[in-house]
Design a protein around this ligand. Structure first.
Ligand SMILES: O=P(O)(O)OC[C@H](O)CO
Length: 385
């Protein structure tokens, strides 16, 4: 946690960047909309909250006490006051710098709030099941509309960061609802009501949620990434805020590039995590030598956690390609096996590349001695981040 705190100290660039408008495609029996601009997704989420009829499930890693944070808080409380059952979860660690008074909620029978604790019993005995942050960001309204992706809640993210969220409308919302219910029922306090666990009404393989759950020693999102890269025969487009691949993900990416797959990784040129940026650089030589291309997003932070493969398969979620997300935190990703959604994700990627510069092997090998020393010093932190 200390390392995580240190690495989040830098204020990233917050400039203009090209936008892909929200795009909706049908996937199985649901409608899937991708969002790549904060104002679009926040407005849609607030609209869903304001029109909720019976249930709201809201979960976030960061919830800032700023204008956007207050808009969400006010809308959620207003929904509870008009009789909607509202369930809230936010992470303690993600909000350590926020005034705790912001999280005081009115005492309403319809409002149920769970602050995910910093320490849980067993933490000091290094019980892995008791570790991990709630790094998830999702919203489910009336079991009919669900959102998940990289967006935390805050004004900074409304216009200044490039991120990706997805909205699902239709039967596959069950995937996100079930993820919330599992988490709530596992971590609720004795005074919280239990949420009904319905089981899946149908089994739809084209949209599936994967949840990383340290409390159950389950980290399937990592498996999703490894499996999809291993299957690739044409192209792999990855967009990540913090890109610190572990041994297997690195090896799988390198193997794909070596067999001729066009592997592109888009990351911020300058992120808000100085240590993460430097740790990521220690992998560049091996990736570039294998033929993976690295694209640096200019002028603004890109915070998305997505990958699309071969025009067939995509994932959008909360999981970074770093150790903390892949094998440390609570996370949720949706995987989509659908050509139209993959085409939409490729359109987003193509637009993003117009605001990125390629880091060439020549530029990388010509970097200064000072840079190399810093990389050497940062290398031990990579597996911790
Ligand atoms: O942990 P993430 O991926 O939600 O990113 C959080 C940002 O770094 C906030 O500073």
């Amino acid at each position: 946690m200390t390392v995580d705190h240190i690495r989040k100290r830098r204020t990233p660039l917050a400039g203009e960047f090209p936008r892909t408008p929200p795009g909706t495609v049908p996937v199985a029996d649901s409608e899937v909309t991708t969002y790549t601009f904060g104002a679009d997704v926040f407005d849609a989420m607030l609209d869903s909250i304001n029109n909720a009829k019976h249930t709201i499930l809201f979960e976030t890693y960061i919830w800032k006490a700023d204008e956007v944070g207050h808009q969400f808080k006010d809308a959620l409380i207003a929904a509870a006051r008009r009789g909607v059952d509202v369930y809230l979860i936010w992470d303690t660690f993600g909000n350590l710098v926020v005034d705790p008074r912001f999280y005081r909620m009115p005492d309403l029978p319809t409002l149920h709030a769970l602050r995910f604790p910093l320490f849980r019993g067993g933490f000091l005995t290094l019980n892995v099941r008791k570790t991990g942050l709630d790094h998830r960001k999702m919203l489910v309204v009336d079991g009919e509309t669900g959102y998940v992706g990289g967006y935390n809640i805050g004004s900074l993210y409304r216009t200044q960061w490039r991120d990706t969220h997805v909205r699902v409308e239709g039967p596959s919302v069950w995937e996100l609802q079930n993820a919330f219910v599992d988490f709530w029922n596992d971590h609720r306090r004795s005074f919280h009501p239990e949420l009904p666990d319905t089981g899946a009404h149908g089994w739809e393989p084209r949209i599936r949620a994967a949840q990383n759950e340290p409390s159950r020693l389950l980290f399937p999102v990592r498996g999703l990434y490894l499996e999809a890269i291993d299957r690739a025969e044409s192209h792999v487009y990855i967009t990540q805020a913090y890109f610190i691949p572990d041994r297997e993900i690195l090896a799988t990416l390198i193997a794909a590039a070596r067999r001729g797959v066009d592997v592109r990784v888009l990351i911020p040129e300058v992120s808000n995590h100085v240590l993460a940026d430097w740790a990521a650089r220690t992998y560049y030589t091996r990736l570039l030598e294998a033929g993976v291309t690295l694209w640096l997003f200019k002028g603004a932070m890109v915070h998305a956690k997505t990958m699309t493969v071969d025009g067939r398969w995509s994932t959008i979620g909360t999981t970074n390609i770093d150790r903390m997300s892949m094998t440390g935190n609570f996370e949720v990703n949706l995987e989509f096996y659908d050509d139209d959604l993959a085409a939409q994700m490729e359109r987003v990627f193509t637009t993003d590349l117009t605001n990125a510069r390629q880091l060439t092997h020549e530029e990388w090998t010509g970097r200064s001695r000072g840079t190399r020393v810093l990389e050497y010093l940062t290398k031990p932190f990579g597996p911790l981040l």
